[in-house]
Design a protein around this ligand. Structure first.
Ligand code: T68
Length: 832
């Protein structure tokens, strides 16, 4: 047992004094007051909401830490295989509510805070989001951490502790303005581990020498060193003591580097500059989603994080004194996109340069350890690094990459002796000017499994961007794991009333552990009383959002109107422009209607939200157009309640928790074949909203699960996209009259200076319409008309919502994690 490891003479003193955490309201209250008075050094006379939040969070943190310690000790004692999830992004959002719900302490906290004079909602609202991610990829990593802990997998997350998360978005005069997100002022959820540090080397050169046995060894020498310091965040599972660890690395100057000589001899400034340069590595999250810009600092971030993580993983493995060939039996490492691909090279380097293994033996270990998840087919998002940059920053790694490539190409040549083109097509080094390292190819060659994130996407990578690799390795190396979401945060936490209603009909909250039991709801579809309750909850959620809109934008929206929501990163492929063109079309129609016709029109609120990458000019134009359309439409007396256009500032995880439960209809309308999966589509349906969408990503599987009568699908199919693009190139496509009217309205200056939006219009009208907005416009409008009609029949609409929710069990991230565990990681849960 764990206790038995404490020496006998001290054992009693330790065990009898173990911190037990609070067990009831009174004990919790005591903890809160203690933290206010001692940890925060404040008193009841100056305890505001912020202090009450801090003390509450600290009390729960203490509670988590007990379980966290036990979980870590059990992992060490059982020496079980662990899964390491390497992700440059973890979009965690707030932690307090999640911690309270997972340990089932929210009721205690609520009544205790009440007695102390605070409202729990206000206290929860004080927390800053941990926003260390851009969008879907980062949020997926966060859902996975929740599932891995809830399912008792021995799992670690490894990432970077950015000082600045994703920027905060302000809208000023209709334009996006970026404000830095300094979020670390007070973060009760992290434990600095100043004793867990790793020195990371950059630059320098490689010197070959002979070892005692005459074997040539490579020595990476010189350059500069930066120190990585670990910061740990406990990850509680739901209704289980398992509490895993998310370890984030922060950079600081290596102690030897802070030059006291310099410091004392008056070169204070340059000495501080060195310090700052080191700290720059973990300073800021790159704010691009689905775009690779190839900046040196980004590559530095990647190596820094990957090298520190691997050092940690290898150190842990070595404690068990096993043979190296057992490494893949003890360690599985998942690469979340290509961002951590250097880990493949780094592990090979450790094994051959530091541990003295032979190349082949080392390489077998490496490839058995890694799995690679691809999240995109967009060419501009596929990572490539100039060989010259590698040579400069990581000279030894470049040599190893060349060797990996050489052995790989030799094996390809043997198998396909007649296909000369094949070699240049699959080479890890692209023979361009300048030469580039193709990170996705390196990740494929270095892993034993490669997966896409939804069925269509996994098919597409196997038939397009990676098709040669399927020929080379066989189809078995490639697989699909359709994404999922955690129902704890995205239903139970975000929509407590709906969660309670569902629990009352499905036999308690066990559905949160096995989401497929939602299917018990289907028997209540025809139950009028149930439908009424269901509709009331949706209405209450809409009232909550309407209040939020009123308080932030001072716009009154009617909660009885259809709430039509598109919230996600702004990107041309996600086609917010199609949505806003549709809104303009609707507006023009309303303007043309008689008073009688207007009475028959279904009222709508079009709600947008999302950040544009700071350097993505076209995306910023889209935001500007949405805001300008809003300012015209929202004050037009002809329109009134029939149409409101809202742009919600600074979309993030905690805002999603308010917005998603309030949606009647959400939009997932990417050009077919471009959205790898999408995960908000799942969140919206799980919260009792219907969706309008294209045949893309996980929309297709959602349709399969919930039935095509419960989803509004439209638009071209992915297999037709290439031909349609071809038609545009050869001028065989004309913009139809509906869309032409929209363009005319924009270019007439109805929504502000027409010059501002010229590029948006001409991208569709004159420049090839790469995202096929004009091809899909008419079917989008027709489908929206169907939505209007169907929304009028509320009984039927609510039935569809209930049926859909009942059939969403498949999209739990628990299902998804179990698939990874079985198919890719070969790992078992640890009994608790
Ligand atoms: C998203 N990718 C996919 N990328 O777009 C989405 N990219 O379809 C999918 O559901 C989700 O991943 C989860 O699988 C991203 O979010 C990025 O954010 C990103 C970040 C840096 C560089 C490139």
């Amino acid at each position: 047992s764990v206790e038995a490891s404490i020496p006998e003479p001290q054992r009693e003193a330790w065990t009898k004094n173990q911190f037990d955490g609070f067990k009831n309201k009174d004990e919790f209250e005591k903890e809160v007051v203690r933290h206010v008075e001692t940890t925060l050094a404040r008193s009841m006379f100056n305890c505001d909401d912020v202090a009450a939040y801090s003390a509450t969070a600290l009390a729960f943190r203490d509670r988590l830490i007990k379980d966290w310690n036990k979980t870590q000790q059990r992992q060490t004692f059982t020496d079980s295989k662990r899964i390491y999830y390497l992700s440059l992004e973890f979009l965690m959002g707030r932690a307090l509510d999640n911690a309270m719900l997972n340990v089932k302490g929210k009721d205690i906290a609520k009544s205790a805070l009440d007695e102390l004079g605070f409202r729990i909602e206000d206290i929860i609202g004080q927390e800053n989001d941990a926003a260390l991610g851009n969008g879907g990829l980062g949020r997926l990593a966060a859902c996975f951490l929740d599932s891995m802990a809830s399912l008792n997998y021995p799992a670690w997350g490894y990432g970077l502790r950015y000082r600045y998360g994703i920027f905060k978005q302000e809208i000023i005069d209709g334009y996006q303005v970026e404000v830095p997100d300094y979020w670390l002022d007070f973060n009760p959820w992290e434990f600095p581990r100043h004793d867990v540090t790793v020195d990371i080397q950059f630059y320098g050169h490689v010197r070959k020498s002979q070892d005692a046995n005459g074997k040539t060894v490579a020595n990476w020498e010189g350059g500069e060193t930066v120190t990585a310091v670990a910061y740990d965040m406990p990850i509680p599972g739901y209704d289980t003591p398992s509490t895993n660890n998310l370890r984030l690395w922060s950079s600081k100057a290596a102690s030897g580097e802070f030059d006291f000589q310099k410091f004392n001899s008056g070169e204070y400034e340059s000495s501080v500059a060195d310090q700052q340069r080191a700290e720059t590595i973990s300073a800021v999250l790159y704010p691009n989603d689905n775009l690779d810009r190839g900046k040196e600092l980004r590559l530095k971030q990647q190596y820094f994080w990957v090298a520190a993580s691997l050092y940690d993983i290898v150190r842990r493995f070595k404690k068990s004194k096993r043979a190296w060939r057992e490494f893949p039996d003890q360690v599985a490492i998942q690469l979340n996109d290509t961002h951590p691909t250097l880990a493949v090279v780094e592990l090979q380097r450790i094994l051959i340069d530091k541990e003295g293994l032979e190349w082949d033996e080392a390489w077998a270990i490496v490839t058995a350890t890694f799995g690679y998840t691809n999240h995109t087919v967009l060419p501009e998002a596929l990572e490539k690094w100039p060989v010259g940059l590698f040579q400069h920053l990581l000279p030894r790694h470049l040599q190893i990459i060349y060797d990996i490539n050489l052995f790989f190409l030799q094996s390809v040549e043997k198998r396909f002796p007649d296909d000369r083109d094949m070699l240049s097509r699959v080479s890890i080094i692209e023979e361009s000017q300048p030469k580039m390292v193709r990170m996705a190819y390196l990740a494929i060659v270095g892993s034993h499994k490669v997966n896409g994130v939804a069925e269509l996407h996994s098919d597409l990578i196997q038939t397009t961007i990676f098709k040669d690799f399927v020929k080379i390795y066989g189809a078995d190396k490639f697989t699909n794991v359709t994404n999922g979401i955690t129902p704890r945060r995205w239903l139970h936490q975000a929509n407590p009333r709906l969660s309670e209603l569902i629990a009352s009909k499905t036999g308690g909250y066990d559905y949160l552990k096995d989401l497929t039991t939602l299917n018990k709801l289907e028997q209540y579809v025809d139950d009028k009383a149930f439908r009424k309750e269901w509709a009331e909850i949706k209405y209450a959620n809409k009232v909550r959002l309407a209040k939020y809109i009123k308080s932030t934008l001072d716009i009154t929206v009617n909660p009885a109107a259809l709430f039509d929501v598109q919230v996600k990163r702004i990107h041309e492929y996600k086609r917010q422009q199609l949505n806003i063109f549709g809104v303009i079309y609707r507006y023009l129609q309303i303007k043309e209607m008689s008073a009688e016709e207007r009475k028959k029109q279904a009222p709508r609120v079009s709600i947008f939200g999302g950040k544009a990458a700071p350097g993505y000019w076209m995306a910023k134009q889209i935001i500007h157009l949405i805001n300008n359309v809003g300012s015209v439409v929202n004050k037009d007396p002809d329109v009134g309640d029939l149409l409101k256009v809202i742009f919600l500032e600074d979309y993030n995880v905690s805002k999603a928790e308010i917005i998603i439960p309030a949606s009647d209809l959400s939009e997932h309308i990417s050009t077919a074949g471009t959205e790898a999966s999408g995960t908000s589509n799942m969140k919206f349906v799980l919260n009792g909203g219907l969706i309008i969408g294209t045949c893309d990503g996980a929309n297709i599987e959602i349709t399969r699960e919930i039935g095509q009568e419960n989803i509004f699908l439209f638009g071209t199919l992915s297999e037709d996209v290439e031909d349609l693009r071809h038609n545009h190139t050869y001028g065989k496509h004309a913009v139809d009259s509906g869309l032409q009217k929209v363009f005319d309205a924009i270019t007439s200056g109805k929504f502000g200076d027409a010059n501002d939006f010229g590029a948006l219009v001409s991208a569709v009208r004159d420049h090839g319409d790469y995202y096929l907005v004009s091809d899909d416009f008419q079917s989008y409008i027709d489908t929206q008309k169907m939505v209007d009609e169907e929304y009028k029949n509320q009984e039927e609409w609510v039935s569809k919502c209930i049926r859909s929710v009942a059939r969403m069990g498949f999209f739990s991230s628990d299902r998804c994690i179990n698939e990874y565990a079985e198919e890719i990681w070969n790992i078992e849960p640890l009994a608790v």
